[in-house]
Design a binder for this molecule. Structure first.
Ligand SMILES: [Fe+2]
Ligand SMILES: [Fe+2]
Length: 327
């Protein structure tokens, strides 16, 4: 996990989630995939990370998730299947493409869709550790040529790194993309998915769902003011969802965190610090440099007029979602 010392693991996890979502959104625009779907899939890819390593196998078994021996040996690997399961049961996601993109985000898979490849790559570009990933430059160069070349580049790097175990899905991906091998098609079993209230409570799943739904809800409300697929539709969506990136910083920590980042805060309330922090993350963690988007994120809670339509749409979305929240 990335660590700058004064953000909680929960906030770091959300920043990683939205960061992967934002990279997936951009790759989707480049490779003709629906960018909003890519953002949602990217944001939810590590949903299974809500279960700590020590309990992963036990929880997976209680949910009826079938595990490979390699996943029992390295429980961290279970989080991808757990994320797929939680996306179905907690978010009602039925799209096999979205669910597969979560399931295969660490390994990719043979015959993958563009969305699956995008989430696999986005997770590696916006990595969740400190510093720059050692493969980043090569991966970006390969991606400039094609999405498949990007996947091949990273799979080669991964295959030659020090792996504790080689996941069976990785064997298929490496075989298919690098060696031209074919495998018997995988089928997704239809099953009833269910998570008990005990598990939801123990791992704060309701709170996690609530946070994501607030962000996705704002994205939907802001973008619906524009024709679907237009530049403004996409911009309103990404500005609105990323306006929520600082929400998990506790009220009594916001001033402290703002000071740590060197933000000028003046006489701010804890509430008005949130847009400043989201603006900071948009610029510094997500690499947003479009002034329209940055303005929309910074001013989304203010009642005053705004200069651009994106800013206006994000304000409207915030007011609608915030009203629903305080009802
Ligand atoms: Fe992951
Ligand atoms: Fe991740």
């Amino acid at each position: 996990m990335r660590d700058c010392g004064f953000l909680t693991p929960v906030t770091e996890n959300f920043l990683h989630a939205y960061g992967v979502g934002k990279v997936a959104f951009e790759l989707a625009l480049k490779f003709n995939v629906d960018p909003e779907t890519a953002f949602i899939a990217g944001s939810l890819h590590d949903l299974g990370g809500a279960i700590p390593d020590s309990n992963r196998v036990e929880v997976a078994e209680s949910l009826g998730i079938e595990l490979f021996q390699e996943e029992r040996e390295v429980p961290m690997l279970v989080h991808a299947k757990q994320g797929d399961y939680f996306a179905q049961v907690l978010f009602g996601i039925e799209s096999h493409d979205v669910l597969d993109s979560i399931r295969y985000h660490t390994t990719c898979i043979d015959n993958a869709s563009n969305l699956v490849k995008i989430i696999f790559i986005a997770d590696k570009i916006h990595w969740d550790r400190n510093g720059e990933p050692p493969y980043l430059k090569g991966l970006l160069n390969a991606l400039d040529r094609s999405l498949d070349e990007g996947c091949c580049y990273f799979l080669e790097w991964l295959w030659n790194s020090d792996l504790y175990v080689v996941h069976p899905f990785l064997v298929r991906s490496y075989g298919y993309y690098l060696k031209g091998q074919n495998f018997q098609a995988l089928t997704r079993e239809t099953r009833n998915v269910y998570v008990s209230e005990d598990i939801k409570k123990k791992y704060f799943l309701n709170e996690i769902v609530c946070e994501f739904q607030k962000a996705f809800g704002m994205g939907e409300k802001a973008s619906e003011l524009f024709p679907k697929g237009s530049d403004s539709f996409n911009k309103a969506f990404i500005a609105a969802v990323l306006s929520n990136s600082a929400n998990t910083i506790f009220e009594n920590q916001r001033q402290y965190v703002a000071n740590k980042f060197g933000l000028k805060t003046g006489h701010e309330t804890n509430e008005s610090l949130l847009p400043k922090l989201s603006h900071y993350f948009a610029k510094n963690r997500f690499g947003i440099d479009d002034p329209e988007l940055l303005q929309a994120i910074l001013y989304h809670q203010q009642k005053s007029d705004c200069e651009n339509e994106i800013c206006y749409s994000v304000k409207i979305a915030y007011q609608k979602i915030h009203k629903e929240e305080t009802k």
